[in-house]
Design a protein around this ligand. Structure first.
Ligand code: GLN
Length: 284
């Protein structure tokens, strides 16, 4: 258990509560006729692609925020390490991508009340299990670029991680023998090992919380976002959304498996629409 991350999580709850008390829950004039959500859609069940559409828990939360504002939701899909810089650059009003609240990020953006309590885990081959953080010292550890998993490898293991553009591509690299173990957030980790009987996940290595991020200095927008999250949480709707999209992500993963079996990585260089790019470890 990582004491620093627990402190970060608790500090974020306090900061968000103060912010909510300061602002009235009304639509800010600065938000145009559409409201843009920036995300990174390789993170089931929070955000993933069904055909060309980006769907998932975070999308449902942002749709509810858009509805409260009387706006139409538009979704921008970028690499995870571009999500916060793009928000700061004004490319979207909301960032929701399973984003963990951290002290570093809190210096750059404002976070809503948290909507998930979670953490990161090892994904390992059962023949080569990893349970405790220190067991990965000196090993090749695959992570998604820009994530708290990458921070964990640097801060707790004192080494550089191997970077990938999604949990699924890091997992594909492990299957190909390019890394020894992968670290990812528990929910996408569960999605990745679904239908993979030779692989498993560890206990949580950290305690983290996800929140929606917005550009700093917008107390009215922050109040609306918090109001929506509090209402979804209080009414039980948030739990329904989580259950619904966890089941849908599992069904989508099974469909991908069938597709991947029909069109394995023979489609290299991965230009075919049928190619399961994530599972084949190909670039996006
Ligand atoms: N929760 C992790 C983080 O914020 C990973 C998020 C992601 O990859 N979408 O760093």
């Amino acid at each position: 258990m990582n004491a620093k991350l627990i402190r970060i999580a608790l500090a974020s709850v306090t900061a968000a509560t103060v912010a909510f008390a300061e602002g009235e829950a009304k639509a800010p004039a600065a938000v145009p006729g559409t409201i843009r959500m920036i995300t990174e859609a390789t993170f089931p069940p929070y955000e993933f692609r069904q055909g060309t559409e980006v769907v998932g828990i975070d999308v449902e939360i942002c749709k509810a925020i858009a509805k409260e504002l009387g706006k139409e939701l538009k979704i921008e899909d970028v690499e995870f390490d571009s999500v916060i810089p793009s928000l700061i650059a004004g490319k979207a009003e909301l960032a929701a991508a399973g984003i963990t609240v951290t002290e570093d990020r809190k210096m750059k953006v404002d976070f809503s009340h948290p909507y998930v309590r979670t953490g990161i885990v090892f994904i390992y081959a059962k023949a080569n299990p990893f349970e405790k953080g220190e067991e990965a010292k000196g090993k090749r550890v695959g992570v998604q670029n820009g994530t708290t998993s990458a921070d964990f490898v640097r801060e707790q293991l004192g080494q550089e991680p191997e970077m990938f553009d999604s949990p699924a591509s890091a997992f594909a690299a492990m299957k190909a023998g390019k890394v020894d173990v992968v670290i990812a957030d528990i929910d996408p980790a569960k999605a990745v090992i679904k239908g993979e009987p030779d692989y498993d996940i560890s206990e949580l290595l950290t305690v983290e919380e996800y929140a929606v991020a917005i550009k700093k200095g917008q107390p009215e927008l922050l109040a609306v976002v918090n109001k929506v999250i509090d209402e979804l949480d209080g009414s039980g709707r948030l739990d329904e959304i989580k259950d619904e999209w966890t089941a849908k992500a599992e069904a989508a993963a099974s469909a991908e498996e069938v597709k991947a079996a029909a069109a394995p990585c023979g489609c290299v260089p991965c230009t075919s629409a049928d190619c399961n790019k994530a599972a084949c470890g190909c670039a996006k």
